[in-house]
Design a protein around this ligand. Sequence first.
Ligand code: NAD
Length: 374
Amino acid sequence: MATRNRQHLMVVPGDGIGREVTAQAARVLEWFTKHRGLDCEISHDDRFGAEYWHKSGEFLRPGLVEDMIKADAVLFGAVGGAGDNLHMPQDIRRKYGLPAVRKQMGVFANLRPIKPIPALASDSPLRPEITKGVDIMVVRELVGGIYFGQPRGIETLPDGQRRGVNTQVYTTSEILRIAEVAFELARKRRRKVTSVDKANVMESGQLWREEVQAFRDKNYPDIELNHMYVDNCAMQVVRDPRQFDVLLSDNIFGDILSDCASVITGSLGMLPSASIGVHEASGKRTALYEPVHGSAPDIAGQNKANPLASILSLGLALRHSLGREADGDLLDAAVADVLARKERTADIAAPGVAPISTSGMGDAVIAALGRLAG
Ligand code: NAD
């Protein structure tokens, strides 16, 4: 029987390695409930994704999103199977795919921390003197912009050519609510926001820049704000990433820049993310935690995917949804400890050291938690 303080984390594994990596994150969460007094119910629902679509003809269980909204936090894996994106009808994908689910959940702010773990410094294609000390929080607008704007579609013109259209569109309120998330985070960090746009050629970017500047001048004079064109920013992220603290961007630019910044950490298998909605009057905030990577059909079912992005996403859930900052710190320390001991999956294996499996990494993190918690 749930008590009033009991929290609820829902695990939605999705497809491919999503199932394998969330299983390990769920084991880690169970460790916190057993050993750290975390009162949290864990439920699982695998009725979302391409595999479910093949089995049932539905992509998403009716009522699933409503349940995800009700949960204190959702730990999500990934969706998409080998070649399925091409075979699945476009209207099904648009209506029930991940962007639509995020929109329905209202999780407008995607947070992607980019902080290299020292033990993996040599895994990045960038030189250690460039990546050392990098600590960036990418704040990406997630439910607006060109991925959702109307008109959109592909049409055939009278002369027989085909024409594809997408529309980049933002309103003042959409810009300000994501800017507020960035400025609030900056206040708890190094008080600097870099806002990214393409204001030199796009009116939507000009609006973005003007609104963000006016909002900062009125509400956050204590935060340093600079603006950067996205093309320059992509170059600066790999040339001198230490200049950034909070990186604020729209949906498409944030998508591209955060993958670009992922090279700083060495592997896509290391990058967590949090997607959060507005605060309700009760203080609750809808939240979806997921690795940045996809379902990786090339390695799915082989117990060799790196589960750390999922486990670190759980760390973000501990901090941002479950009110367990100290447990988030403990989990980060456990992951760093495992990597320093060279217990690593194939994507980040140390030279000459045999890689461990997905479940082996779960075991290693749980063992490190036990060691560090004493
Ligand atoms: P991907 O992220 O699934 O894989 C890219 C490469 O990185 C692959 O070689 C894969 O083996 C490797 N990789 C990814 N995660 C890893 C991990 N944890 N450990 C070790 N190696 C890892 O991207 P993709 O191949 O472009 O897409 C595959 C499917 O995933 C597609 O259907 C795509 O639409 C979907 N996708 C889903 C999401 C999501 O659900 N959030 C995100 C990206 C892609």
